[in-house]
Ligand binder design. Structure first.
Ligand code: PLP
Length: 379
């Protein structure tokens, strides 16, 4: 039996073929410890350094440090807790948006439990923060603002560059969780003007188990794990050479694709939307119509729950709902709740996220399956 059509690229992506090849070579040929002075070690160090350059090029990090971590969650923890560890005693206030991933929200809540003050900036009905609201939350004691670049559920892009412009010249640092953005839209740390940026390998066709935190030169940050001096003293532990080499290959591939624009991704997403919208006129789009990831389509189906719909098509389509299921009770997702969606609309939401390589006939077939299931469930 064929696997269901994969429309969940915001959850994770298939590892690209050149990435598999690069990782296999690194696994087979490159067992040295990059910290060792002899040939095997230096060979590993050279591959590490080449991969670091590829990833830095993808995000325009011509200077600054790219710290490899085990995942985006770890990079976000390093950003928030590492900045907190370096912050002076009179700067213990943090600003985040209401739609951050738990990988930002939970370290923020942890700091709050330690006595930090936390401001959570609301979003509008499209999932966007207003720059003025963010700036209104910033105070003289604000050490860090952390606003994601792209939302994982609805794909809404945040005005991070504008926030950076308004914070420029102040001592408040700016972090962005770009785990969903990198590889799907052009991301340039200099143009964004951020001090810290998180990325995740498995969201753009590298393997799981590798992420990175970009740190702008001079950013006050301390390590949160203690050990040897790897990764500029910010992340101890022998580097995961094969995964990092794979991340470098994925970065090269992403840069190549993005150089041709995001039209290929957007065409797939929009074709899917057109099919669904034609057949189901009361379908509603969640997220911003324009400021949105080109691969992400979050829609609410009328008169059904998203999870019932996905259950009905489980053999044909793999996607996610915008709700978490607790003890058989569906509760609307925090993101859709923060956007002010009604419970019915939030429970009807389905997140469909396409990839660069999703075949067009799979888009068409997935739409047929979803429309058929919706018709059966609402008949
Ligand atoms: N940040 C965002 C926006 C995400 O979407 C995710 C994963 O879904 C993460 C962070 C965490 O990534 P990981 O599970 O790879 O640590």
């Amino acid at each position: 039996m064929n696997a269901p059509i994969y429309l969940d690229h915001n959850a994770t992506t298939p590892v690209a073929e050149p990435v598999v090849a690069a990782m296999s070579r690194a696994l087979a040929e490159c067992y040295g410890n990059p910290s060792s002075p002899y040939r095997q070690g230096q060979e590993a160090a050279a591959r590490l350094s080449a991969a670091r350059e590829s990833v830095a090029r993808l995000i325009g990090a011509s200077n600054g440090r790219l710290v490899f971590t085990g995942c985006a969650t770890e990079a976000n923890n390093l950003a928030l807790l590492g900045v907190a560890a370096a912050a002076p005693a009179d700067k213990r206030h943090l600003v985040v948006s209401a739609v951050e991933h738990p990988a930002v929200m939970e370290p923020a809540r942890h700091l709050e439990a330690q006595g930090w003050k936390l401001s959570v900036v609301p979003v509008d009905a499209t999932g966007r923060v207003s720059v003025d609201d963010v700036m209104a939350a910033v105070r003289p004691d604000t050490a860090l603002v952390s606003i994601m670049l792209a939302n994982n559920e609805v794909g809404t892009l945040q005005p991070v560059a504008e926030i950076a412009g308004r914070l420029a010249g102040t001592p408040t640092l700016l972090h962005t969780d770009a785990a969903q953005a990198v590889g799907k839209v052009p991301v340039d740390v200099e143009a964004l003007g951020v001090d810290l940026l998180t990325l995740a390998g498995h969201k753009f066709q590298a393997s799981k188990g590798i992420g990175a935190l970009y740190v702008h030169p001079g950013t006050p940050i301390r390590r949160i794990l203690f050990g040897a001096g790897h990764e500029y003293g910010l992340r101890p532990g022998t580097e995961n050479v094969p995964a990092i080499v794979g991340l470098g290959a994925a970065a090269e591939l992403a840069a190549e694709r993005l150089a041709g624009g995001v039209g290929a991704l957007q065409a797939r997403r929009d074709r899917l939307y057109e099919h669904l919208h034609q057949a189901i006129p009361r379908l509603t789009l969640n997220g911003h119509e324009t400021y949105r990831l080109p691969n992400t389509l979050n829609v609410s189906f009328p008169s059904v729950e998203g999870r019932a719909l996905l259950k009905a098509v489980e053999r044909e389509v793999a996607a996610s709902v915008g709700s978490a299921c607790h003890a058989d009770q569906a509760t609307p997702s925090g993101v859709l709740g923060a956007m002010g969606l009604s419970t019915e609309r939030a429970l009807g939401a389905v997140r469909l996220s396409v990839g660069w390589e999703t075949p067009m006939d799979e888009i068409d077939n997935a739409a047929v399956a979803l429309i058929g299931a919706w018709q059966r469930l609402t008949a």
